[in-house]
Design a protein around this ligand. Structure first.
Ligand code: PMP
Length: 378
C-alpha cells in the first residue's frame, strides 16, 4: 500500500496507541470521582494538560478538550457569537476554510449574522489591507485557518494577529488542524486555536480548543463537570493522555520532519512539473506536506479509483467536502475553473518513502495515458 492521504488522517503512532491502552487499563476511575481512583485519573489528566500547555506555550487553563477539530471550531465560533451577539453580528473569514467552519458560519448567517470573506492575492494569502477595510464596529470574530487543507497555503497568522490586537472586542480564531506539529506560528495574538489528534498520528475522537484565559465564551455542550466549564462530559482519560503524547512526539521532531517532507515534495514536484497534462496548484506558500495538482481532462474520482486499484491512496478535495463537483479552494487560489474541476491532493508525511513516490509517479503517468485513451475512444 502507498498512502498519500496524510492530510485526511494519519495512522496512529504505536507509542501513542500504547499510551492510550496503558492509561485506559490502569486508570479506571472517573476523574470527577472523589475517591482515590478518581483522584489518580485527575492527576494524570492534569499532568497531560500541563505537558500540552508547555509544548504550545499556553497556560494549562487555556486547554479545552473536544471530540476533534470540528467540535473545537464549532465551540469557538458559536461560543463567541452566542456570548457577544449584543455587541454585533459581523464575522470575517476566508473562502479557504474547512467545512466545519463554513457550515457553522452558514448556520449563523441563517440566524441573522453577517459574514464577509477576505480577498486573497495571487498566492492565496489573505489581503491584510482588505482585512483592515472590512473591520466594522459590529465585528466580533475573525476566523482564518493557518493552513488550508486542500492546497496547503499558509496564511499570515502573525500579521493578522498584529492587526487585530488593536481591536480588543474582536476575537481571532484560527483552525490550526493542518499546521500543528508541522510548522510553528507565534500564537501570542491568536485568541483561539483548534486542532485534532487524528492529524498528528494520534487517535480519532479527541481534539483541543485553546482559548486564551481572559476570553469568556458560551459553551455549546452543557452538562456535568469536566476539565473546564466550556465543554461538559466525563473527561476521556486515555484519549487526553494520548493526545499529549502525540503532540510531544510531533513537536520534538518538527524541524527534522519538515526538512524531510520538504525534500520529498521537491522530489515529486520536479518529476511532475514538465508533464503537459499536469498543473501544480500548490505554490511556494504551501506547506510541503500538501501537493495539489490538476490532471487536465481526467475526473478526480476516476483517478482516485484508478490509483486505488494499484493500492495507492490520494484525495479528491478534502475528505469532508468530497461531494462538491469542483474545488472551491483550488478556484480561490488559481481563479481557474478547469484547474478546480480536475484537482487531486497528494499529502505527504515523514513516513513517506522516496521509493513510494517513484512508484506513485510511474503508476500515475500510466493511468493518465490509459484514461486519456479511454476518453478519446468514447
Ligand atoms: N479543520 C481542518 C483544516 C481539517 O483538515 C479537518 C479534518 N479534515 C478538520 C478541521 C476537522 O477535524 P476532525 O474531523 O478531526 O473534527
Amino acid at each position: 500500500m502507498i498512502y498519500l492521504d496524510y492530510s485526511a488522517t494519519t495512522p496512529v503512532n504505536n507509542e501513542v496507541l500504547d499510551t492510550f491502552v496503558k492509561a485506559t487499563n490502569a486508570y479506571i476511575g472517573n476523574p470527577n470521582s472523589l475517591h482515590k481512583l478518581g483522584v489518580e485519573s485527575k492527576k494524570l489528566i492534569d499532568a497531560s494538560t500541563e505537558q500540552i500547555s508547555k509544548l504550545l506555550n499556553v497556560s494549562s487553563k487555556e486547554i479545552i478538550y473536544t471530540s476533534g477539530a470540528t467540535e473545537a471550531n464549532n465551540a469557538a465560533i458559536l461560543g463567541v457569537c452566542y456570548r457577544y451577539s449584543n455587541r454585533g453580528k459581523h464575522i470575517i473569514t476566508t473562502k479557504l476554510e474547512h467545512s466545519s467552519i463554513t457550515a457553522t458560519l452558514q448556520y449563523l448567517q441563517n440566524h441573522g449574522y453577517d459574514i464577509d470573506f477576505l480577498e486573497t492575492d495571487s498566492t492565496g494569502r489573505v489581503d491584510l489591507d482588505n482585512l483592515k477595510s472590512l473591520i466594522r464596529d459590529d465585528t466580533i470574530l475573525v476566523t482564518v485557518a493557518s493552513v488550508n487543507s486542500e492546497v496547503g497555503v499558509i496564511q499570515p497568522i502573525e500579521e493578522i494577529g498584529n492587526i487585530l490586537k488593536d481591536y480588543p472586542k474582536i476575537y481571532f480564531h484560527s483552525d490550526m488542524t493542518q499546521s500543528i506539529g508541522k510548522i510553528n506560528f507565534n500564537i501570542e495574538n491568536v485568541d483561539m486555536i483548534s486542532f485534532s489528534a487524528q492529524k498528528i498520528y494520534g487517535l480519532k475522537g479527541i481534539g483541543c480548543l485553546i482559548k486564551k484565559e481572559n476570553i469568556v465564551i458560551d459553551p455549546i455542550i452543557h452538562g456535568g463537570k469536566s476539565t473546564t466549564i466550556y465543554r461538559s462530559g466525563t473527561p476521556a482519560v486515555g484519549l487526553i493522555v494520548s493526545v499529549s503524547k502525540a503532540l510531544r512526539l510531533v513537536m520534538e521532531n518538527l524541524d527534522e520532519n519538515y526538512e524531510y517532507v520538504y525534500s520529498l515534495n521537491k522530489y515529486l514536484k520536479d518529476k511532475l512539473k514538465d508533464n503537459k497534462d499536469i498543473h501544480i496548484n500548490s505554490n511556494e506558500y504551501s506547506i510541503p506536506h500538501i501537493l495539489n495538482i490538476s490532471i487536465m481532462g481526467i475526473k478526480p474520482e476516476t483517478m482516485l479509483h484508478a490509483l486505488e486499484e494499484e493500492d495507492i491512496y490520494i484525495s479528491t478535495q478534502t475528505a469532508c467536502a468530497s461531494k462538491a463537483t469542483s474545488s472551491l479552494a483550488v478556484y480561490e487560489l488559481t481563479k481557474n475553473l478547469e484547474y478546480s474541476k480536475y484537482s487531486i491532493r497528494i499529502s505527504l508525511s515523514h513516513l513517506t518513502k522516496r521509493e513510494e513516490l517513484d512508484t506513485f509517479y510511474n503508476v500515475l503517468i500510466k493511468k493518465i495515458e490509459e484514461l486519456k485513451s479511454l476518453n478519446e475512444s468514447r
